[in-house]
Design a protein. Structure first.
Length: 593
Protein backbone atom coordinates (compact mmCIF):
# COMPACT_ATOMS: atom_id res chain seq x y z
CA UNK A 1 0.00 0.00 0.00
CA UNK A 2 1.33 3.44 -0.93
CA UNK A 3 0.98 5.56 2.20
CA UNK A 4 -0.73 8.96 2.05
CA UNK A 5 1.53 12.01 2.23
CA UNK A 6 -1.08 14.80 2.70
CA UNK A 7 -4.12 14.69 4.99
CA UNK A 8 -6.58 14.77 2.10
CA UNK A 9 -4.93 11.63 0.68
CA UNK A 10 -6.44 9.56 3.52
CA UNK A 11 -9.98 9.13 2.06
CA UNK A 12 -8.47 8.16 -1.33
CA UNK A 13 -6.19 5.67 0.45
CA UNK A 14 -9.27 4.22 2.16
CA UNK A 15 -11.22 4.04 -1.12
CA UNK A 16 -8.44 2.20 -2.92
CA UNK A 17 -7.59 -0.31 -0.19
CA UNK A 18 -10.65 -0.87 2.07
CA UNK A 19 -13.70 1.19 0.99
CA UNK A 20 -16.43 1.50 3.62
CA UNK A 21 -20.18 1.88 3.31
CA UNK A 22 -20.21 3.69 6.64
CA UNK A 23 -17.03 5.74 6.57
CA UNK A 24 -18.68 8.70 8.36
CA UNK A 25 -22.03 8.42 10.14
CA UNK A 26 -24.14 11.21 11.69
CA UNK A 27 -27.59 11.07 13.29
CA UNK A 28 -30.05 13.40 11.57
CA UNK A 29 -33.68 13.71 12.72
CA UNK A 30 -33.45 10.46 14.67
CA UNK A 31 -31.81 8.39 11.90
CA UNK A 32 -28.15 7.47 11.46
CA UNK A 33 -27.07 8.68 7.98
CA UNK A 34 -24.13 6.81 6.48
CA UNK A 35 -21.64 8.39 4.10
CA UNK A 36 -19.56 5.87 2.16
CA UNK A 37 -15.91 6.44 1.31
CA UNK A 38 -16.93 7.15 -2.29
CA UNK A 39 -19.55 9.71 -1.20
CA UNK A 40 -17.07 11.26 1.26
CA UNK A 41 -14.64 12.00 -1.58
CA UNK A 42 -17.36 13.14 -4.00
CA UNK A 43 -18.85 15.59 -1.49
CA UNK A 44 -15.44 16.90 -0.37
CA UNK A 45 -14.67 17.58 -4.03
CA UNK A 46 -17.97 19.49 -4.33
CA UNK A 47 -16.84 21.69 -1.44
CA UNK A 48 -13.42 22.24 -3.07
CA UNK A 49 -15.02 23.24 -6.38
CA UNK A 50 -17.43 25.60 -4.62
CA UNK A 51 -14.69 27.26 -2.56
CA UNK A 52 -12.70 27.93 -5.72
CA UNK A 53 -15.80 29.49 -7.29
CA UNK A 54 -16.08 31.80 -4.27
CA UNK A 55 -12.60 33.02 -5.14
CA UNK A 56 -10.86 31.36 -2.18
CA UNK A 57 -7.13 31.11 -2.84
CA UNK A 58 -4.40 28.80 -1.66
CA UNK A 59 -3.22 29.73 1.87
CA UNK A 60 -6.62 31.23 2.80
CA UNK A 61 -7.70 30.66 6.41
CA UNK A 62 -11.20 29.25 6.91
CA UNK A 63 -12.52 29.04 10.46
CA UNK A 64 -14.88 26.28 11.59
CA UNK A 65 -16.81 26.45 14.89
CA UNK A 66 -18.91 23.39 15.68
CA UNK A 67 -20.60 22.39 18.92
CA UNK A 68 -20.58 18.71 17.94
CA UNK A 69 -18.73 16.30 15.68
CA UNK A 70 -20.51 15.54 12.42
CA UNK A 71 -19.95 14.39 8.85
CA UNK A 72 -20.24 17.91 7.40
CA UNK A 73 -17.21 19.03 9.44
CA UNK A 74 -15.03 16.37 7.80
CA UNK A 75 -16.35 16.94 4.29
CA UNK A 76 -15.52 20.62 4.76
CA UNK A 77 -12.11 19.80 6.25
CA UNK A 78 -10.99 17.75 3.24
CA UNK A 79 -12.61 20.25 0.87
CA UNK A 80 -10.57 23.08 2.42
CA UNK A 81 -7.28 21.16 2.50
CA UNK A 82 -7.56 20.00 -1.12
CA UNK A 83 -7.34 23.59 -2.39
CA UNK A 84 -4.28 24.36 -0.26
CA UNK A 85 -6.26 26.46 2.22
CA UNK A 86 -6.09 26.03 6.00
CA UNK A 87 -8.76 24.87 8.43
CA UNK A 88 -8.84 26.95 11.64
CA UNK A 89 -11.03 25.04 14.14
CA UNK A 90 -12.27 27.06 17.13
CA UNK A 91 -13.66 25.84 20.45
CA UNK A 92 -17.42 26.53 20.48
CA UNK A 93 -17.66 27.28 24.21
CA UNK A 94 -15.16 30.15 24.44
CA UNK A 95 -16.38 33.74 24.69
CA UNK A 96 -17.39 35.94 21.75
CA UNK A 97 -14.34 38.09 22.54
CA UNK A 98 -12.11 35.03 22.13
CA UNK A 99 -13.84 34.26 18.80
CA UNK A 100 -12.98 37.80 17.76
CA UNK A 101 -9.34 37.50 18.84
CA UNK A 102 -8.75 34.18 17.05
CA UNK A 103 -10.59 35.17 13.86
CA UNK A 104 -8.67 38.44 13.70
CA UNK A 105 -5.29 36.93 14.60
CA UNK A 106 -5.65 34.02 12.17
CA UNK A 107 -6.65 36.26 9.23
CA UNK A 108 -9.72 34.09 8.64
CA UNK A 109 -11.82 35.21 5.67
CA UNK A 110 -14.75 32.78 5.96
CA UNK A 111 -16.41 31.17 8.99
CA UNK A 112 -18.52 28.01 9.16
CA UNK A 113 -20.69 27.50 12.25
CA UNK A 114 -22.73 24.49 13.29
CA UNK A 115 -25.80 26.10 14.84
CA UNK A 116 -27.72 29.22 15.84
CA UNK A 117 -26.18 29.55 19.31
CA UNK A 118 -22.68 29.86 17.84
CA UNK A 119 -23.96 32.06 15.01
CA UNK A 120 -25.55 34.52 17.46
CA UNK A 121 -22.35 34.67 19.51
CA UNK A 122 -20.31 35.29 16.37
CA UNK A 123 -22.72 37.97 15.09
CA UNK A 124 -22.26 39.91 18.36
CA UNK A 125 -18.62 40.64 17.34
CA UNK A 126 -18.98 40.50 13.55
CA UNK A 127 -18.75 44.29 13.17
CA UNK A 128 -15.24 44.12 14.64
CA UNK A 129 -14.12 41.61 12.00
CA UNK A 130 -13.89 43.42 8.65
CA UNK A 131 -11.92 40.58 7.03
CA UNK A 132 -14.77 38.07 7.37
CA UNK A 133 -16.40 37.90 3.93
CA UNK A 134 -19.18 35.42 4.73
CA UNK A 135 -20.60 33.07 7.36
CA UNK A 136 -22.05 29.66 6.48
CA UNK A 137 -23.94 27.27 8.76
CA UNK A 138 -24.38 23.50 8.95
CA UNK A 139 -27.90 23.89 10.44
CA UNK A 140 -30.57 26.01 8.70
CA UNK A 141 -30.49 29.53 10.23
CA UNK A 142 -32.59 32.48 9.10
CA UNK A 143 -30.38 35.14 7.55
CA UNK A 144 -27.32 32.88 7.31
CA UNK A 145 -26.00 31.11 4.24
CA UNK A 146 -26.05 27.30 4.37
CA UNK A 147 -23.24 24.86 3.57
CA UNK A 148 -25.84 23.13 1.38
CA UNK A 149 -25.48 26.09 -1.00
CA UNK A 150 -21.84 25.09 -1.46
CA UNK A 151 -22.74 21.48 -2.22
CA UNK A 152 -25.10 22.86 -4.86
CA UNK A 153 -22.52 25.32 -6.20
CA UNK A 154 -19.96 22.50 -6.42
CA UNK A 155 -22.19 20.11 -8.37
CA UNK A 156 -20.79 21.44 -11.64
CA UNK A 157 -17.59 19.41 -12.12
CA UNK A 158 -16.12 21.64 -14.82
CA UNK A 159 -13.41 23.02 -12.50
CA UNK A 160 -12.42 19.66 -10.99
CA UNK A 161 -9.23 19.76 -13.06
CA UNK A 162 -8.33 22.99 -11.23
CA UNK A 163 -8.95 21.24 -7.89
CA UNK A 164 -6.70 18.37 -8.98
CA UNK A 165 -4.02 20.80 -10.14
CA UNK A 166 -3.94 22.48 -6.71
CA UNK A 167 -4.00 19.13 -4.91
CA UNK A 168 -0.95 18.04 -6.90
CA UNK A 169 0.86 21.24 -5.87
CA UNK A 170 0.29 20.80 -2.10
CA UNK A 171 3.45 19.60 -0.35
CA UNK A 172 3.47 17.46 2.82
CA UNK A 173 5.36 20.29 4.56
CA UNK A 174 2.65 22.87 3.72
CA UNK A 175 0.59 24.37 6.52
CA UNK A 176 -2.68 22.44 7.00
CA UNK A 177 -4.23 23.96 10.08
CA UNK A 178 -3.94 26.58 12.80
CA UNK A 179 -5.02 25.23 16.17
CA UNK A 180 -5.31 27.75 18.97
CA UNK A 181 -4.24 26.36 22.33
CA UNK A 182 -6.84 26.72 25.05
CA UNK A 183 -4.10 27.76 27.48
CA UNK A 184 -4.48 28.02 31.25
CA UNK A 185 -3.26 31.63 31.21
CA UNK A 186 -3.00 34.46 28.71
CA UNK A 187 -4.04 34.71 25.08
CA UNK A 188 -4.28 31.50 23.03
CA UNK A 189 -1.38 30.79 20.67
CA UNK A 190 -1.92 29.68 17.07
CA UNK A 191 -0.09 26.39 16.59
CA UNK A 192 0.91 25.84 12.95
CA UNK A 193 0.67 22.18 11.95
CA UNK A 194 1.54 20.87 8.51
CA UNK A 195 -0.01 17.95 6.64
CA UNK A 196 3.13 15.98 7.48
CA UNK A 197 2.99 16.87 11.20
CA UNK A 198 -0.45 15.34 11.75
CA UNK A 199 -0.23 12.57 9.16
CA UNK A 200 3.11 11.23 10.40
CA UNK A 201 1.73 11.32 13.92
CA UNK A 202 -1.23 9.18 12.82
CA UNK A 203 1.00 6.77 10.90
CA UNK A 204 3.47 6.67 13.82
CA UNK A 205 0.61 5.83 16.21
CA UNK A 206 -0.86 3.14 13.94
CA UNK A 207 1.33 0.24 15.22
CA UNK A 208 0.06 0.89 18.77
CA UNK A 209 -3.61 0.14 18.00
CA UNK A 210 -4.59 -3.38 19.09
CA UNK A 211 -6.81 -4.23 16.10
CA UNK A 212 -6.51 -4.55 12.33
CA UNK A 213 -8.40 -3.15 9.34
CA UNK A 214 -9.96 -6.58 8.87
CA UNK A 215 -11.66 -6.24 12.28
CA UNK A 216 -13.92 -3.51 10.82
CA UNK A 217 -14.18 -1.58 14.06
CA UNK A 218 -16.76 1.12 14.78
CA UNK A 219 -15.73 4.25 16.68
CA UNK A 220 -17.90 6.70 18.58
CA UNK A 221 -16.43 10.20 18.30
CA UNK A 222 -17.52 12.84 20.81
CA UNK A 223 -14.45 14.74 22.08
CA UNK A 224 -14.17 18.21 20.51
CA UNK A 225 -12.92 17.86 16.93
CA UNK A 226 -11.34 21.31 17.27
CA UNK A 227 -8.82 19.71 19.62
CA UNK A 228 -5.87 18.06 17.91
CA UNK A 229 -6.25 14.85 19.97
CA UNK A 230 -9.64 13.90 18.53
CA UNK A 231 -8.83 15.29 15.11
CA UNK A 232 -5.65 13.24 14.69
CA UNK A 233 -7.43 10.15 16.00
CA UNK A 234 -10.25 10.61 13.46
CA UNK A 235 -7.63 10.69 10.68
CA UNK A 236 -6.07 7.59 12.27
CA UNK A 237 -9.49 5.86 12.33
CA UNK A 238 -9.88 6.57 8.60
CA UNK A 239 -6.36 5.26 7.93
CA UNK A 240 -7.18 2.14 10.00
CA UNK A 241 -10.47 1.26 8.26
CA UNK A 242 -12.63 2.24 11.24
CA UNK A 243 -16.22 3.40 10.65
CA UNK A 244 -16.73 6.68 12.51
CA UNK A 245 -20.06 7.43 14.19
CA UNK A 246 -20.45 10.91 15.63
CA UNK A 247 -22.19 11.22 19.01
CA UNK A 248 -25.06 13.72 19.10
CA UNK A 249 -23.90 15.32 22.35
CA UNK A 250 -22.40 14.44 25.70
CA UNK A 251 -25.94 14.28 27.14
CA UNK A 252 -26.91 11.59 24.63
CA UNK A 253 -23.73 9.56 24.98
CA UNK A 254 -25.48 6.75 26.89
CA UNK A 255 -28.15 6.39 24.21
CA UNK A 256 -25.63 6.65 21.35
CA UNK A 257 -23.41 3.98 22.92
CA UNK A 258 -26.33 1.56 22.95
CA UNK A 259 -27.33 2.41 19.36
CA UNK A 260 -23.86 2.30 17.79
CA UNK A 261 -22.28 -0.42 19.97
CA UNK A 262 -18.79 0.95 19.22
CA UNK A 263 -15.56 -0.99 19.59
CA UNK A 264 -13.29 2.01 20.22
CA UNK A 265 -13.48 5.59 21.46
CA UNK A 266 -11.30 8.33 22.88
CA UNK A 267 -11.90 9.88 26.28
CA UNK A 268 -10.47 12.34 28.74
CA UNK A 269 -9.86 10.87 32.22
CA UNK A 270 -12.76 12.83 33.72
CA UNK A 271 -15.21 10.73 31.70
CA UNK A 272 -13.80 7.45 33.02
CA UNK A 273 -13.84 8.93 36.53
CA UNK A 274 -17.53 9.78 36.15
CA UNK A 275 -18.36 6.33 34.71
CA UNK A 276 -16.53 4.71 37.61
CA UNK A 277 -18.25 6.95 40.21
CA UNK A 278 -21.69 5.97 38.87
CA UNK A 279 -20.77 2.28 38.92
CA UNK A 280 -19.36 2.61 42.44
CA UNK A 281 -22.47 4.40 43.71
CA UNK A 282 -24.68 1.71 42.21
CA UNK A 283 -22.52 -1.04 43.73
CA UNK A 284 -22.57 0.68 47.13
CA UNK A 285 -26.36 0.62 47.13
CA UNK A 286 -26.42 -3.19 46.83
CA UNK A 287 -26.81 -5.35 49.90
CA UNK A 288 -25.84 -8.77 51.19
CA UNK A 289 -23.89 -11.17 48.98
CA UNK A 290 -24.33 -8.98 45.85
CA UNK A 291 -22.51 -6.11 47.55
CA UNK A 292 -19.70 -8.40 48.74
CA UNK A 293 -19.24 -9.80 45.21
CA UNK A 294 -19.18 -6.29 43.73
CA UNK A 295 -16.40 -5.09 46.07
CA UNK A 296 -14.50 -8.39 45.66
CA UNK A 297 -14.47 -7.77 41.89
CA UNK A 298 -13.30 -4.16 42.41
CA UNK A 299 -10.45 -5.24 44.71
CA UNK A 300 -9.45 -7.84 42.15
CA UNK A 301 -9.49 -5.17 39.43
CA UNK A 302 -7.23 -2.84 41.39
CA UNK A 303 -4.58 -5.60 41.48
CA UNK A 304 -4.69 -6.22 37.71
CA UNK A 305 -1.34 -6.64 35.93
CA UNK A 306 -1.08 -6.64 32.12
CA UNK A 307 1.26 -9.62 31.72
CA UNK A 308 2.32 -11.53 34.83
CA UNK A 309 -0.89 -12.84 36.35
CA UNK A 310 -1.13 -16.09 38.26
CA UNK A 311 -3.45 -18.87 37.09
CA UNK A 312 -5.54 -18.36 40.23
CA UNK A 313 -5.91 -14.62 39.54
CA UNK A 314 -7.02 -15.41 35.96
CA UNK A 315 -9.63 -17.85 37.24
CA UNK A 316 -11.03 -15.22 39.59
CA UNK A 317 -10.88 -12.58 36.84
CA UNK A 318 -12.91 -14.79 34.52
CA UNK A 319 -15.59 -15.13 37.20
CA UNK A 320 -15.53 -11.38 37.98
CA UNK A 321 -15.92 -10.52 34.30
CA UNK A 322 -18.86 -12.85 33.94
CA UNK A 323 -20.88 -11.78 36.97
CA UNK A 324 -19.79 -8.15 37.59
CA UNK A 325 -17.73 -6.57 34.82
CA UNK A 326 -20.05 -7.77 32.03
CA UNK A 327 -22.51 -5.13 33.29
CA UNK A 328 -19.83 -2.46 32.76
CA UNK A 329 -19.46 -3.65 29.19
CA UNK A 330 -23.22 -3.38 28.61
CA UNK A 331 -23.17 0.20 29.92
CA UNK A 332 -20.74 1.12 27.13
CA UNK A 333 -22.75 -0.55 24.38
CA UNK A 334 -21.70 -4.17 24.79
CA UNK A 335 -18.91 -4.25 22.17
CA UNK A 336 -16.33 -1.80 23.52
CA UNK A 337 -12.79 -3.16 23.25
CA UNK A 338 -10.39 -0.17 23.21
CA UNK A 339 -10.53 3.17 25.05
CA UNK A 340 -7.82 5.76 24.33
CA UNK A 341 -7.29 8.24 27.16
CA UNK A 342 -5.47 11.53 26.75
CA UNK A 343 -5.30 15.23 27.67
CA UNK A 344 -4.57 14.63 31.38
CA UNK A 345 -3.16 11.89 33.65
CA UNK A 346 -5.45 8.92 34.33
CA UNK A 347 -5.57 7.53 37.86
CA UNK A 348 -3.60 4.27 37.86
CA UNK A 349 -6.28 2.40 39.82
CA UNK A 350 -8.88 3.30 37.16
CA UNK A 351 -6.61 2.08 34.38
CA UNK A 352 -6.18 -1.20 36.25
CA UNK A 353 -9.85 -1.78 37.02
CA UNK A 354 -11.08 -0.91 33.51
CA UNK A 355 -8.47 -3.23 32.00
CA UNK A 356 -9.62 -5.92 34.41
CA UNK A 357 -13.18 -5.30 33.23
CA UNK A 358 -12.11 -6.25 29.70
CA UNK A 359 -11.37 -2.85 28.16
CA UNK A 360 -7.92 -2.06 26.76
CA UNK A 361 -7.13 1.39 28.14
CA UNK A 362 -4.44 3.04 26.05
CA UNK A 363 -3.11 6.08 27.86
CA UNK A 364 -1.08 8.49 25.79
CA UNK A 365 0.76 11.78 26.17
CA UNK A 366 1.26 14.74 23.88
CA UNK A 367 0.52 18.37 23.19
CA UNK A 368 -1.09 20.44 20.45
CA UNK A 369 2.44 21.46 19.43
CA UNK A 370 3.36 17.79 18.85
CA UNK A 371 0.35 16.88 16.70
CA UNK A 372 -0.26 15.52 19.48
CA UNK A 373 1.09 12.05 20.36
CA UNK A 374 4.55 11.71 21.86
CA UNK A 375 4.02 8.38 23.61
CA UNK A 376 1.22 5.84 24.06
CA UNK A 377 0.73 2.42 25.60
CA UNK A 378 0.99 -0.73 23.47
CA UNK A 379 -0.49 -4.10 24.40
CA UNK A 380 2.07 -6.13 22.42
CA UNK A 381 5.87 -6.20 22.85
CA UNK A 382 5.54 -5.73 26.63
CA UNK A 383 4.64 -2.14 25.82
CA UNK A 384 2.16 -1.64 28.65
CA UNK A 385 3.05 -0.37 32.10
CA UNK A 386 0.69 1.25 34.61
CA UNK A 387 1.65 4.69 35.89
CA UNK A 388 3.27 5.60 32.56
CA UNK A 389 2.12 6.90 29.18
CA UNK A 390 3.89 4.09 27.33
CA UNK A 391 7.00 4.35 25.21
CA UNK A 392 7.54 7.13 22.65
CA UNK A 393 6.10 6.25 19.23
CA UNK A 394 8.64 5.07 16.66
CA UNK A 395 9.20 8.36 14.81
CA UNK A 396 9.55 10.52 17.93
CA UNK A 397 12.75 10.98 19.94
CA UNK A 398 12.40 11.95 23.60
CA UNK A 399 15.02 13.08 26.07
CA UNK A 400 14.89 14.56 29.55
CA UNK A 401 16.60 17.90 30.18
CA UNK A 402 18.78 18.37 33.28
CA UNK A 403 15.90 20.14 35.04
CA UNK A 404 13.54 17.23 34.30
CA UNK A 405 11.69 18.84 31.38
CA UNK A 406 10.54 16.50 28.60
CA UNK A 407 12.01 17.42 25.19
CA UNK A 408 11.00 15.81 21.92
CA UNK A 409 12.08 15.82 18.29
CA UNK A 410 10.44 14.31 15.21
CA UNK A 411 8.04 14.94 12.32
CA UNK A 412 5.24 15.67 14.80
CA UNK A 413 6.83 18.91 16.07
CA UNK A 414 4.90 21.97 14.88
CA UNK A 415 6.09 24.48 12.29
CA UNK A 416 5.82 27.15 15.00
CA UNK A 417 3.43 29.65 16.54
CA UNK A 418 1.58 31.82 14.03
CA UNK A 419 2.94 35.38 13.90
CA UNK A 420 5.13 34.72 16.94
CA UNK A 421 8.71 33.77 16.01
CA UNK A 422 9.93 34.78 19.48
CA UNK A 423 7.77 32.20 21.29
CA UNK A 424 8.58 29.66 18.57
CA UNK A 425 12.31 30.10 19.14
CA UNK A 426 11.81 29.81 22.91
CA UNK A 427 9.94 26.52 22.47
CA UNK A 428 11.97 24.79 19.75
CA UNK A 429 15.72 24.73 20.40
CA UNK A 430 18.06 22.67 18.20
CA UNK A 431 15.03 20.86 16.78
CA UNK A 432 13.75 19.79 20.21
CA UNK A 433 10.38 21.01 21.39
CA UNK A 434 10.38 21.96 25.07
CA UNK A 435 7.08 20.58 26.36
CA UNK A 436 6.90 22.40 29.69
CA UNK A 437 6.16 19.05 31.34
CA UNK A 438 8.35 17.35 33.92
CA UNK A 439 8.91 13.62 33.59
CA UNK A 440 11.31 10.71 33.43
CA UNK A 441 12.05 7.69 31.27
CA UNK A 442 12.43 4.46 33.23
CA UNK A 443 14.85 1.61 32.60
CA UNK A 444 12.39 -0.03 30.16
CA UNK A 445 11.92 3.11 28.10
CA UNK A 446 8.51 4.09 29.47
CA UNK A 447 7.68 7.77 29.84
CA UNK A 448 6.19 9.01 33.09
CA UNK A 449 4.79 12.51 33.48
CA UNK A 450 5.09 14.02 36.94
CA UNK A 451 3.94 17.62 36.52
CA UNK A 452 3.84 20.84 34.53
CA UNK A 453 7.09 22.78 34.86
CA UNK A 454 5.26 26.10 35.16
CA UNK A 455 2.84 24.73 37.76
CA UNK A 456 5.46 23.46 40.19
CA UNK A 457 6.09 25.81 43.09
CA UNK A 458 8.31 26.26 46.13
CA UNK A 459 7.07 26.60 49.67
CA UNK A 460 8.67 29.22 51.92
CA UNK A 461 10.84 26.39 53.26
CA UNK A 462 12.39 25.96 49.79
CA UNK A 463 10.72 22.61 49.06
CA UNK A 464 9.34 21.94 45.55
CA UNK A 465 5.71 20.85 45.27
CA UNK A 466 4.25 19.21 42.13
CA UNK A 467 0.52 20.05 42.36
CA UNK A 468 -0.79 17.94 39.47
CA UNK A 469 0.56 14.72 40.97
CA UNK A 470 -1.05 15.51 44.34
CA UNK A 471 -4.35 16.52 42.70
CA UNK A 472 -4.52 13.31 40.72
CA UNK A 473 -4.15 11.24 43.88
CA UNK A 474 -6.64 13.34 45.85
CA UNK A 475 -9.28 12.93 43.15
CA UNK A 476 -9.31 9.21 43.98
CA UNK A 477 -11.64 10.23 46.79
CA UNK A 478 -15.29 10.01 45.73
CA UNK A 479 -15.93 13.10 47.90
CA UNK A 480 -13.67 15.30 45.74
CA UNK A 481 -14.75 16.32 42.23
CA UNK A 482 -12.03 18.92 41.54
CA UNK A 483 -9.05 20.13 43.54
CA UNK A 484 -6.35 22.76 43.04
CA UNK A 485 -3.25 22.59 45.21
CA UNK A 486 -1.93 26.03 46.21
CA UNK A 487 0.84 27.44 48.40
CA UNK A 488 3.57 29.09 46.38
CA UNK A 489 5.80 30.92 48.87
CA UNK A 490 3.67 29.77 51.81
CA UNK A 491 4.69 27.54 54.72
CA UNK A 492 2.74 24.51 53.45
CA UNK A 493 0.49 23.39 50.59
CA UNK A 494 -3.23 24.05 50.85
CA UNK A 495 -6.11 23.23 48.52
CA UNK A 496 -9.25 24.70 47.01
CA UNK A 497 -11.78 21.89 46.55
CA UNK A 498 -15.01 21.49 44.63
CA UNK A 499 -16.81 18.65 46.41
CA UNK A 500 -18.58 15.91 44.49
CA UNK A 501 -22.01 17.34 45.28
CA UNK A 502 -23.99 14.48 43.75
CA UNK A 503 -22.11 11.77 45.63
CA UNK A 504 -22.13 13.69 48.93
CA UNK A 505 -25.91 14.12 48.75
CA UNK A 506 -26.31 10.36 48.30
CA UNK A 507 -23.83 9.70 51.14
CA UNK A 508 -25.64 12.15 53.47
CA UNK A 509 -28.97 10.51 52.70
CA UNK A 510 -27.57 7.08 53.58
CA UNK A 511 -26.02 8.47 56.77
CA UNK A 512 -29.16 10.49 57.62
CA UNK A 513 -27.15 13.75 57.78
CA UNK A 514 -28.94 17.04 57.15
CA UNK A 515 -26.87 18.98 54.59
CA UNK A 516 -29.53 21.52 53.60
CA UNK A 517 -30.74 22.19 50.10
CA UNK A 518 -28.04 24.35 48.55
CA UNK A 519 -24.36 23.77 47.76
CA UNK A 520 -23.54 26.53 50.23
CA UNK A 521 -25.38 24.63 52.97
CA UNK A 522 -23.52 21.45 51.99
CA UNK A 523 -20.00 22.92 52.22
CA UNK A 524 -20.81 24.45 55.62
CA UNK A 525 -22.03 21.16 57.10
CA UNK A 526 -19.45 20.11 59.69
CA UNK A 527 -19.91 16.38 58.95
CA UNK A 528 -19.07 16.99 55.28
CA UNK A 529 -15.98 19.07 56.12
CA UNK A 530 -14.78 16.45 58.60
CA UNK A 531 -15.35 13.61 56.12
CA UNK A 532 -13.35 15.36 53.40
CA UNK A 533 -10.61 16.11 55.94
CA UNK A 534 -10.49 12.41 56.78
CA UNK A 535 -10.13 11.57 53.05
CA UNK A 536 -7.30 14.07 52.66
CA UNK A 537 -5.48 12.85 55.76
CA UNK A 538 -5.64 9.28 54.44
CA UNK A 539 -4.35 10.22 50.97
CA UNK A 540 -1.68 12.52 52.45
CA UNK A 541 0.17 9.38 53.61
CA UNK A 542 1.27 8.85 49.99
CA UNK A 543 3.34 12.06 50.06
CA UNK A 544 6.34 13.55 51.82
CA UNK A 545 5.56 15.84 54.76
CA UNK A 546 6.33 18.98 52.73
CA UNK A 547 3.80 17.91 50.06
CA UNK A 548 0.91 17.10 52.36
CA UNK A 549 -2.19 19.29 52.30
CA UNK A 550 -2.57 20.82 55.74
CA UNK A 551 -5.55 23.13 55.10
CA UNK A 552 -8.32 23.35 52.55
CA UNK A 553 -11.47 25.29 51.71
CA UNK A 554 -14.55 24.04 49.86
CA UNK A 555 -16.20 26.04 47.06
CA UNK A 556 -19.97 26.12 46.48
CA UNK A 557 -19.55 26.37 42.69
CA UNK A 558 -19.37 23.54 40.18
CA UNK A 559 -16.08 24.06 38.35
CA UNK A 560 -16.71 24.03 34.63
CA UNK A 561 -15.73 25.56 31.29
CA UNK A 562 -18.52 28.13 31.17
CA UNK A 563 -17.64 29.57 34.60
CA UNK A 564 -13.98 29.93 33.65
CA UNK A 565 -12.61 27.23 35.98
CA UNK A 566 -11.58 24.76 33.26
CA UNK A 567 -10.10 24.90 29.77
CA UNK A 568 -12.08 23.21 26.95
CA UNK A 569 -9.91 20.11 27.53
CA UNK A 570 -10.92 20.14 31.23
CA UNK A 571 -7.60 21.29 32.64
CA UNK A 572 -7.60 23.66 35.62
CA UNK A 573 -7.31 27.36 34.77
CA UNK A 574 -5.16 28.02 37.81
CA UNK A 575 -4.82 31.78 37.64
CA UNK A 576 -8.58 32.49 37.20
CA UNK A 577 -9.45 29.98 39.95
CA UNK A 578 -6.98 31.63 42.31
CA UNK A 579 -8.36 35.09 41.50
CA UNK A 580 -11.95 33.91 41.95
CA UNK A 581 -11.28 32.41 45.38
CA UNK A 582 -8.88 34.97 46.85
CA UNK A 583 -10.98 35.20 50.01
CA UNK A 584 -10.71 31.43 50.55
CA UNK A 585 -6.97 31.58 49.81
CA UNK A 586 -6.48 34.23 52.48
CA UNK A 587 -8.60 32.20 54.88
CA UNK A 588 -6.28 29.21 54.43
CA UNK A 589 -3.11 31.21 55.04
CA UNK A 590 -4.31 34.08 57.26
CA UNK A 591 -2.56 32.93 60.43
CA UNK A 592 0.35 30.90 59.04
CA UNK A 593 2.78 33.75 58.25
Amino acid sequence: MIKPTRLFDIPYFQLKNFPLEDSLVTKVNGTWHKTSTQQYIAQANSISRALLRLGIQKQAKIAVISSNNQTKWHLLDIGILQIGAQNVPIYPTISAQDYQYILDHSDASYVFVSDKEIYDKLISVKDNLPNIKEIYSFDPIDGCKSIDELFELGKDESNQDKVQQIMDSVEPSDLATLIYTSGTTGRPKGVMLSHNNILQNAIGSYPRIPFTREDKYRALSFLPICHVFERMVVYLYQYSGVSIYFAESIDKMGQNLQEVQPNVMTVVPRLLEKVYDKIFTKGSSLSGISKKIFFWALDLGFKYEPYQRTWWYNVQLKIARKIVFSKWQQALGGQMKVIVSGSAPLQQRLSRVFNAAGFIILEGYGLTETSPVISVQQVTNNGYKFGTTGRPIDNVEVKIAPDGEILCKGPCVMLGYYKDPEKTNESIIDGYFHTGDIGKIDEDGFLQITDRKKEMFKTSGGKYVAPQMIENIMKQSRFIEQIMVIGEGEKMPGALIQPNFEFIRQWAERKKIDIGTSNLDLINTIEVVNRIEKEINQLNKKFGKWEQIKRFELTPDVWNIDNGHLTPTLKLKRKPILEKYQILYKKIYQDTN
